[in-house]
Design a protein around this ligand. Structure first.
Ligand code: 5AD
Ligand code: SF4
Length: 328
């Protein structure tokens, strides 16, 4: 597909054809199973100050927390016993010896409690190569780090000046050489973002040869300074479905998540994401009483998803087929 064709589809030229093609591509390449990753929001302390995010460093209105080892173990045990196959540990960005050790301890304990069976994905921001290596050696094997936007210009308009595009890209390359399956993604409908930007995001993801992708609509947060998108919420939702569908066609065998931000806009958002090409869902398994403190954007859902309508994979890691084919 050419850049021009991508832009036409993003404009909504022919959703019916696009979604039929992406659904057929998905069925042929990765089947129709939905893989689960139980999402554990480990803590909301963050050293960064992204202009869009509700748990940015300067937001004094959010109460900060970090889960204890026992709380994480309980959540991971729940995931294991429920047949989830894998979990994601996510938190605000922290860089310290203590934090690095803490994650090693958690990963080791979770591998033990699940007899090495539970897959572990980390989503803990930018870190040094040696930290990534220690976490990989402890037993985690996938890592999510969104590039947020592939346009360095747009990137600098949504981040403080000490938060650099090139450093983020370098981290993605380090993660890959460390041995992780690498996931990244972008936000859709950012202030100032054009359809050309979004088309370039898709081509960027393809050229980076990623294994997994999570992307979803930008949603304003009342205590974050970035401000309003020029797209209506409904338009951002539609654009997100088109982005998922186009990525499935461009990268047929990767894992694509139907993200929580879709669900924040429409209660059936994740179901619609799955229908047009996504194959991963990340149900929140954070202890319920702390979910309100991990509010990245306004009205982030705190409820569980009803999985009854899906062909859910039980006890499977659901590794990216792309990664296995291209094992580096
Ligand atoms: N709207 C949508 N997504 C957001 N994220 C952070 N803040 C927002 C927001 N206001 C996303 C970023 C980050 C991920 C953990 O959450 O893409 O990488
Ligand atoms: Fe921190 Fe991530 Fe929020 Fe940026 S998006 S402020 S790195 S939690």
């Amino acid at each position: 597909m050419t850049r021009e064709q991508i832009i036409l589809y993003l404009q909504g030229a022919d959703d019916a054809t696009l979604f039929a093609l992406s659904a057929a591509t998905k069925r042929r390449e990765v089947g129709d199973k939905v893989y689960l990753r139980g999402l554990i929001e480990l803590g909301n302390r963050c050293r960064k100050n992204c202009l869009y995010c509700g748990i940015r460093r300067d937001n004094k209105l959010v109460e900060r927390y970090e889960l204890t080892v026992d709380q994480v173990i309980n959540a991971a045990s729940y995931a294991y016993e429920s047949g989830y196959g894998s979990i994601v540990i996510q938190s605000g960005e922290q860089q310290s010896e203590r934090f690095t050790d803490y994650i090693c301890e958690l990963v080791t304990a979770i591998k033990e409690l699940s007899f090495q069976k539970l897959g572990i994905t980390l989503s803990l921001g930018e870190q040094s190569e040696s930290t990534y290596r220690r976490w990989f050696n402890a037993g985690s094997h996938r890592y999510l780090l969104r590039i947020e936007s592939s346009s360095p210009q747009l990137y600098s308009s949504i981040h403080p000046s000490d938060h650099l595009f090139d450093e983020r890209l370098a981290c993605l390359n380090t993660l890959r050489s460390t041995g992780f399956q690498v996931g990244t993604g972008v936000m859709i409908g950012l202030p100032g973002q054009t359809l050309e930007n979004l088309a370039d995001d898709l081509l960027f993801l393809r050229d980076l040869n990623i294994d997994m992708c999570g992307m979803g609509p930008y949603i304003e947060h009342p205590n974050a300074p970035l401000g309003a998108s020029q797209y209506t919420i409904y338009h951002r939702f539609k654009l997100s479905l088109r982005m998922i569908a186009l990525l499935r066609i461009l990268m047929p065998d990767i894992n694509i998540a139907a993200t929580t931000a879709l669900h924040a806009i429409d209660p059936t958002g994740r179901e619609q994401g799955i229908a047009v090409g996504a194959n991963v869902i990340m149900p929140n398994i954070t202890p319920f009483e702390l979910r309100a403190s991990y509010e990245l954007y306004n009205n982030k859902p705190q409820t569980d998803i009803d999985l009854s309508g899906f062909n859910v994979a039980i006890n499977e890691w659901g590794d990216s087929k792309h990664f296995r084919k291209h094992k580096r």
